[in-house]
Design a protein around this ligand. Structure first.
Ligand code: NAD
Length: 328
């Protein structure tokens, strides 16, 4: 194996074989990174481990903090790569996924402290930056790794129209906007990938503010976009339905620690999900090993989605011990 590539070793016949995720020469745009505590950072790192160069997209209100964390070396421990180098971002672009063009942003936002100096932070603005920095066909991989629901802490019965539509606009329509504007910039073999959650199809009490509907829209759009962008550009579009992880965004819900603990008891694999597990699947889905996969919702959740009934924590061992109540 060369210096890059995520490698899986298998025995084929009596010969060991290495199946490589090789993204050498590819450029990824990972939108939704502002620290090293979420899926975006882990995915960026896995893509870089596989040889890709990575441009980060950061929400303007979080960008100052992210730049400071990078400058002051606070992310250095997480940036260590397996070949001894440090994860580098080719660029960090401001992206507010709520806006398709700069004109769509209200003047109060454009003139506010955290936006005013950032130039064009819209989805179209990012397309213009990519072309100006890297030429006409600058992209191979887009990772949509962001969500925002201003009323996520409210139950649906208390969610306002504005809160609901903001959740769907930022967390779901943003993918449509990105495919519209960025697919024409992509090279052959390119793909989009987003992150979704099981709340789209099952009730997760506490995942409020219309976020469940945003994720349902994101998954449905993934299928339609896969068809349309597949036919128009030959591009693949998939989404990973990740299990719970206590990222900054997830912590805003106030329920994340409970949900993580619940999965640990009730999922087929009784372990906490790691960001690396999600990131490795993201690298695979973005690679030429996955050219047959599009329009898919891929569960990376220790199998929890398959369960129809939670295990009784008192009797969570399987198979049940001989003579125990659950075995009678
Ligand atoms: P995170 O906090 O690391 O990522 C969310 C990012 O979205 C942040 O960087 C934030 O700045 C950015 N963001 C918010 N509003 C934005 C906007 N208008 N424009 C651009 N960026 C914006 O948290 P995460 O949990 O890693 O979330 C990443 C994705 O994973 C989200 O789609 C989330 O719904 C999904 N997901 C998370 C979990 C979980 O339990 N953490 C489970 C399943 C799916």
């Amino acid at each position: 194996m060369g210096s890059h590539g995520l490698a899986l070793t298998h025995e084929i016949g009596d010969k060991p074989a290495v199946l490589k995720i090789d993204l050498t020469g590819r450029r990824a745009f990972v939108v939704g990174i502002a620290d090293d505590g979420g899926f975006g950072f882990a995915i960026a790192k896995a893509l870089a481990e596989a040889g890709a160069s990575v441009v980060a997209g950061t929400w303007p209100p979080a960008m100052g903090i992210f730049e400071k964390l990078l400058e002051r070396g606070k992310l250095d421990a997480s940036r260590h790569m397996s070949d001894g180098s440090m994860l580098q971002f080719e660029r960090v672009y401001p992206v507010d996924a709520a806006y398709d063009t700069l004109e769509d942003a209200p003047q109060s936002v454009r003139e506010s402290k955290r936006y005013a100096s950032r130039g064009d932070f819209s989805v179209s603005g990012a397309a213009a930056r990519l072309v100006s920095d890297f030429g006409d066909k600058p992209l191979d991989i887009v990772i949509h790794c962001l969500a925002n629901g201003p009323e996520v802490h409210l139950p649906l019965l208390k969610t306002s129209r504005a809160g609901y539509l903001a959740a769907v606009g930022v967390s779901a329509y943003s993918l449509v906007s990105m495919v519209q504007r960025w697919a024409p910039l992509m090279r052959p073999g390119a793909s989009f990938l987003s992150l979704t959650y099981l709340a789209s199809e099952r009730v997760i009490p506490g995942y409020g503010g219309g976020m469940h509907a945003a994720k349902a829209a994101l998954e449905s759009d993934t299928r339609v976009l896969a068809y349309e962008a597949g036919r128009e550009y030959g591009i693949r579009v998939n989404t990973i339905s990740a299990g719970p992880y206590a990222s900054r965004a997830a912590s805003v819900t106030g329920i994340i620690d409970d949900v993580v603990a619940y999965y640990e008891i009730n999922a087929p694999i009784q372990q906490k999900l790691t960001t690396l597990e999600v990131a490795n699947v993201a690298a695979f889905l973005s690679s030429s090993l996955a050219t047959g996969i599009t329009g898919a919702t891929v569960y990376v959740d220790k199998g929890y989605h398959a369960m129809g009934k939670g295990a009784d924590p008192e009797k969570s061992a399987y198979p049940p011990e001989k003579g125990s109540a659950s075995n009678k």
